[in-house]
Design a protein around this ligand. Structure first.
Ligand SMILES: [Fe+2]
Ligand SMILES: [Fe+2]
Length: 242
C-alpha cells in the first residue's frame, strides 16, 4: 500500500546507537515500520562506538526488515577508526549506503552524506590560517560537494537528502547555542538549495533538537534523531510522504 496520491512513504530514524550487548534491538521496530512505510532511511550513529560487533547486531535486524533500507553513517560510527568496515557489514546485510552514489526508489531519489560540523551564517568557520583549521573546513566542504554531486546525479522530480549532521540551526533549537557549530554546517544547505527536486531533508545527531525546520532556501528539514521523535510521536521514527 502506498501513501496518499501515490506518494512514497519514507520512514526515517537517526541515532540508533546500537551497543554490543544489545539483542535484536530494532527487530520489532523494523517490522512495525515495514508495515507503515515503503522505505526506511537511517540517519547515522547506527552504532554507539563504530565497533564491528555493534554493526553485526544491527545487520541482523536489517536483514529481517521487509522494506528497502538506506542511509548514512554518523560520527559515532567513526569512533573506532573503521567506518568502512561498519559500512561493509551493513551493506552486506542489504542496506544501501549513500555517499558517492545516489539511488532511486519507486521514482523518488535519495542522496546522502554524513556531513560535518563547521557552523552557520556568520558563525561559519572559514578555511584560513593554520593547516589544521583548513583541513577541518575542507572536510565540511568535501561532504557538501559529495552531497551536491549525489543530488545532481538524480533525474527524479522528487528527492530526499539524507544526512547525519544538520544543514540548519532551525532543527537544533533545544541544544545549547554554544555547540551549534559542532552539530552541522550551512554548507550542506547551500548544496541542497541548488536543487528544486529536493522535497525533504532528514538528519540526526542533535538529540535535543527540534523536529521541523527549513534550509535558508526553504527546503523542509526534519531532525529524526529518535530522542527527538519519541516524546513527540510516541514512536522513535517519522514517516514522510514524498
Ligand atoms: Fe547520536
Ligand atoms: Fe552524532
Amino acid at each position: 500500500m502506498k501513501g496518499s496520491e501515490g506518494k512514497l512513504r519514507v520512514a526515517a530514524i537517526g541515532d540508533l546507537h546500537v551497543m554490543e550487548d544489545s539483542v535484536a534491538p530494532y527487530r520489532e521496530l523494523f517490522t512495525e515500520i515495514a508495515g507503515a512505510a515503503d522505505v526506511l532511511v537511517l540517519c547515522g550513529d547506527l552504532t554507539n562506538f563504530g565497533k564491528t560487533s555493534e554493526a553485526e547486531i544491527l545487520a541482523d535486524d536489517i536483514r529481517a526488515c521487509a522494506i528497502p533500507v538506506l542511509g548514512v553513517l554518523g560520527n559515532h560510527d567513526y569512533e573506532c577508526g573503521q567506518p568502512e568496515k561498519v559500512a561493509e557489514i551493513l551493506h552486506e546485510a542489504g542496506m544501501t549506503m549513500l555517499g558517492e552514489q545516489a539511488v532511486e526508489v519507486e521514482g523518488v531519489g535519495f542522496a546522502g552524506v554524513k556531513g560535518f560540523m563547521g557552523g552557520y551564517g556568520r558563525g561559519e568557520l572559514a578555511p584560513f590560517g593554520e593547516p589544521v583549521a583548513k583541513a577541518f573546513v575542507d572536510e565540511a566542504m568535501n561532504e557538501a560537494r559529495k552531497l551536491e554531486n549525489g543530488l545532481r546525479s538524480l533525474r527524479t522530480e522528487r528527492s530526499v537528502a539524507v544526512l547525519h549532521y544538520s544543514p540548519t540551526v532551525e532543527t537544533l533549537a533545544g541544544e545549547p547555542t554554544e555547540i551549534y557549530q559542532y552539530l552541522g554546517s550551512q554548507r550542506l544547505a547551500d548544496a541542497i538549495d541548488r536543487f528544486d527536486h529536493v522535497k525533504a531533508v532528514v538528519h540526526g545527531h542533535a538529540h535535543h533538537g527540534k523536529y521541523e525546520g527549513k534550509t535558508p532556501g526553504g527546503t523542509p528539514v526534519f531532525n529524526v534523531a529518535q530522542f527527538v521523535l519519541l516524546p513527540l510521536f510516541g514512536r522513535p521514527y517519522a514517516v514522510l510522504e514524498v
